[in-house]
Design a protein. Sequence first.
Length: 230
Amino acid sequence: MSVQTNAHPSIEARDKARTMSPGRAQVRSAPSFQPGLSLGRAFDQWLETIAPAPWSMTVGVSTVRSAPQKAPRPLYTAEERARRDRSVWTIVQAVLAPLQFVVFAISLALVLRFVLTGQGYGVATASIIAKTVLLYAIMITGSIWEKVVFGKWLFAPSFFWEDVFSMLVLTLQTAYLVGVITGGATHLQQMEIALAAYAAYAINAAQFLLKLRQARLEKPAQPVTSGQGA
């Protein structure tokens, strides 16, 4: 009597049916990567292999191109530069601005002397009043200059923030004058208000120096003319 070594035919048929059943999940082959892919691209390919998405990988990617940026407005247009160069108020500003700075430097030293030592109130007060008078003069003539060049009394786009700080300085120094005239502030409080005004003025002066530098950088080059010999 011989021993049967083969499996039962029904078992073989059942196993074959399982492997050939269309509803069963098929084992995926290992992903193959193309040479030269970046690490990010290789990871995307691997992820698509093991868990394919039902949508395109480009869904949600914006294709809108940014609009080209406009060139910044120059400090002066050609017409504004010509009006500035012709105006007598440009010369007035060129004289008053450095004069005010000199008075500011002297007054600052006198104010600090009073704050530190308590001496020299009278001369410090006189220097602050002189600085305030010059400030009013440069504000009035400056607004006329701005009207001539830009067509606006104040806050022209090219000097908007400079005018904002100028008004802050003017407000602080006017508050100082009110405190001196009415006696509503002590001597030390008056000097503190003056120092606050001087701090704002220092920022304002730096703003105008930067604009002066910008104007020189934007200055158009002069045409070079050469004569021909006979």
